[in-house]
Design a protein around this ligand. Structure first.
Ligand SMILES: C[S@@+](CC[C@H](N)C(=O)[O-])C[C@H]1O[C@@H](n2cnc3c(N)ncnc32)[C@H](O)[C@@H]1O
Length: 287
């Protein structure tokens, strides 16, 4: 949704007038959104009025950005960290405006990395976005009791057969069969008639959310970033990919009295980028 993100940035930028504008991209990825913002005329012509705080758990992100855009003359700080924590050195300053962006989920690179994020590629079930995390998806399947596995597949994957799946996983491991790879997980899903792409994607989504504490990360991000909306001219833009993330954003805005605008991808974008079909761009502002 680069076009919509750019339009939102330009809105904040025009409100900012002569004020200093800080762009905080909390999910830099391969730098698509940030590179597009850096390439706008308003940034190119006013480099000293803009700065960029760029976050990602994945350290390759900064190199990917350098491949896309000329960084010379721009004020850029890179933070290899989880967005759940407010980056050090970034504090709200009333004389500045802020455009904060979070494009949740995984980049195509990560889906292809062999860390077991995709049911389409045979790989060990790792799923840690941050390799410093101690527990992999295979560990969860090996160690958690039926109740907790049911919660993961039911709440995070919204699978109606969550309990059957959890019971089968535990039954199999009681007979010495541990699920350690995507192929093994796929086989178990298929045996419960959960072998359709839709069901498999949900089961994988559930494990990924659990391994990376994704919902809690999002809640923490919303909590610290709302302080940067204080001036009323700043904006938080969050791209969600499933209803659980979406409801966290909606509930948060209601509870804090924040204004929420919702933009869905155009039909043309869905055709050119099928992964965008479930994306929702949430524009959060303070009245
Ligand atoms: C969908 S991609 C972002 C793509 C990016 N907007 C672009 O245009 O290239 C999501 C990125 O967020 C990162 N990410 C996911 N969860 C994160 C977290 N809790 N903290 C920091 N980065 C995170 C991933 O490593 C991934 O690179």
């Amino acid at each position: 949704m680069v076009g919509e993100v750019l339009k939102s940035f330009q809105k904040v930028s025009s409100h900012a007038g002569d004020k200093y504008l800080v762009v905080v991209d909390t999910t830099l990825g391969s730098g698509g959104h940030t590179a597009a913002i850096m390439s706008t005329k308003v940034v190119a012509n006013n480099k000293n009025r803009h700065s960029f705080e760029l976050l990602d758990l994945d350290e390759r992100a900064i190199d990917l950005l350098k491949d896309r855009v000329e960084l010379a003359g721009l004020k850029v700080r890179f933070h290899k960290q989880n967005f759940r924590i407010q980056p050090s050195g970034l504090n709200y300053e009333p004389e500045k405006n802020y455009f904060i962006l979070a494009d949740l989920g995984l980049s195509q690179n990560q889906l292809d990395t062999g860390l077991g994020f995709s049911f389409k590629t045979d790989a060990p079930l790792d799923m840690r976005l941050d390799q410093q995390l101690a527990v992999t998806a295979a560990d969860l399947l090996k160690l958690l009791p039926v109740r907790q596995l049911t919660k993961i597949f039911g709440e995070y994957g919204q699978l109606s057969q969550a309990e059957d799946l959890a019971k089968l996983i535990v039954h199999r491991r009681n007979t010495g069969f541990y699920i350690a790879t995507t192929a093994q997980l796929n086989e178990v899903l298929k045996s419960l008639k959960l072998g359709t792409p839709k069901h498999m994607a949900k089961a994988y989504q559930a494990l990924r959310i659990a391994v990376n504490s994704e919902l809690d990360n999002l809640s923490q991000l919303l909590e610290w970033s709302q302080e940067f909306l204080t001036s009323g001219k700043s904006m938080l833009a969050v791209i969600t990919f499933h209803s659980i993330e979406q409801s966290i954003v909606v509930r948060f805005c209601k509870s804090k009295g924040l204004k929420l605008g919702i933009i869905k991808p155009s039909a043309a974008e869905v055709i050119s980028n099928p992964r965008s079909r479930s994306a929702i761009l949430n524009l959060v502002t303070k009245n």
